[in-house]
Write a protein that binds this ligand. Structure first.
Ligand code: GAF
Length: 438
């Protein structure tokens, strides 16, 4: 068996231990015509992880947990780098994410432990010293959410113990950080009955606040919103200006969503992400010299942008704005295409999105570009683009199921030849948002 096939199988086995993974890839079928075979699925893994987590909580904390919660990662189908430009985004939650076991304490102590970073040991602090930052420790994403709750006056009446474990591929840009943040928010709600579970924006905003102000990453709202509010078999069209959203059933016909992971680590903090945001703000400030009431870049139609773009003095912010304006139009057109069951139009818009992210927004990289280009050359791939923040991470592809094996095998062979290591592929199905499991 070629080495790259072994590797694909290994990675798939990681996300869903399954004897039939090889068969799944070679003849990807939906014989009953109902339930698509789901390779990235938590159904089988979920109870395993929950029992591992429960055992780990008992071992590390010395007693049994009170609650177990889950929050998913996300993949964005289209609408990239426009959540912080007042645009629409179209993500779906994944079935993989982060699980957490927790219990209240009778004192003010907070103890965090991650089964994924055992060498970091238990992070301990007090509710009263939560403002202390924790360097590069994973726990800052979790502590940041506790901090945000307190800053917003949401009462956390005692300390608590928390153990977590994730099943997303690490550093793949599938929002493991947002899933951890939303998980901690879900745990806090469950333990302390705080906040308003009927408000779909509350938890995402608290999680975003944690990431912006505590972690120092100036992200938009998309990832946290998708993690909190995802819906099985649906994508979510979110208007990031108003936080209004609607679910769109993902009628994929004979196609599947395939995530291709460059396996090039994607690291948002300290990357050019914050620079892109600042360049968009510069473009908006320049445009406001001629359009004083313009609320955000994505409020411009492409025609308005063409008429006023010269107000943006520097070429770089002008190109960033060109992406934001065109991506907003593509996202709305893609939503429309899906409503009309036109997956081919949807796929073409995805391809255009990648080109704009590559050329105007400049957040792609050679690894992402090669994966997208190979996909565009494959019969049966309707659309392919980088997804998420960029600079590494993953592409998202719409692939006819009869082309799945050819796509993954040929793409991986060419990828390995060029970069000397392999990509990984996951067939995904949209899952539900964060929830209390038990
Ligand atoms: C990252 C950010 F966290 C999101 O807010 C979004 O801007 C995305 O990059 C790009 O669309 O995932």
């Amino acid at each position: 068996m070629p080495a790259y096939i072994t590797s694909i199988i290994a990675v798939l086995a990681m996300v869903q231990p399954c004897d039939k993974v090889k068969t799944v890839l070679r003849s990807y079928k939906d014989p009953a015509g109902k339930e698509p075979i789901c390779v990235m699925s938590k159904q089988k893994n979920c109870s395993d992880i929950v029992s591992q987590l429960s055992r780990s909580f008992r071992e590390t904390m010395g007693y049994a947990e009170g609650v177990i919660c889950f929050a998913p990662g996300r993949v964005n189908l289209i609408g990239e780098h426009i959540d912080y430009n007042g645009g629409h985004v179209f993500p779906c939650a994944l079935t993989l994410g982060t699980y957490g076991a927790a219990a209240r304490r009778s004192d003010d102590r907070i103890r965090f432990y991650s089964m994924d970073f055992p060498d970091d040991g238990i992070l301990e602090t007090d509710l009263s010293s939560i403002h202390t930052r924790t360097g590069k420790h994973w726990g800052k994403y979790a502590l940041g959410v506790v901090w945000a709750f307190l800053e917003k006056g949401l009462s956390i009446s005692s300390g608590f113990d928390f153990v977590c474990k994730g099943d997303l591929p690490p550093k793949a840009g599938l929002s493991s950080s947002a899933s951890l943040e939303v998980l901690v928010g879900t745990v806090l709600r469950a333990l302390f009955s705080v906040g308003d579970p009927a408000d779909p924006a509350e938890l995402p905003l608290l999680a975003q606040m944690a990431e912006n102000q505590y972690v120092g990453m100036n992200c938009g709202i998309m990832d946290q919103f998708a993690s909190a509010n995802g819906k099985k078999d649906h994508a979510l069209l979110l208007d990031c200006a108003s936080l209004d959203f609607r679910y769109a059933p993902l009628d994929l016909q004979d196609c599947r969503i395939v995530i291709a992971n460059t396996n090039k680590p994607h690291e948002l903090v300290g990357s050019a992400y914050n620079d892109r945001r600042a360049e968009c703000e510069e473009a908006l400030a320049d445009l406001r010299t001629v359009l004083p009431d313009l609320p955000a870049l994505c409020a411009l139609t492409p025609a308005d942008f063409a008429a006023h773009k010269e107000a943006i003095r520097r070429d770089l912010p002008r190109r960033r704005a060109a992406h934001a304006v065109s991506e907003e139009a593509r996202t709305l057109a893609a939503f429309d295409a899906l409503q009309h069951h036109d997956l081919y139009a949807f796929g073409r818009l995805m391809n255009e999105s990648h080109i704009s992210l590559r050329d105007d927004f400049e957040v792609s990289c050679p690894e992402l570009d090669l994966l997208a280009e190979l996909a565009w050359q494959t019969d049966g791939v309707l659309g392919a683009r980088m997804t998420g923040g960029g600079f590494g991470g993953c592409t998202v592809n719409i692939v006819r199921q009869d082309a799945l094996a050819t796509f993954t095998e040929k793409t991986n062979a060419a990828y390995r030849t060029r970069f000397g290591y392999e990509a990984s592929f996951y067939v995904v199905r949209p899952g539900d948002g964060a929830a209390l499991i038990s």
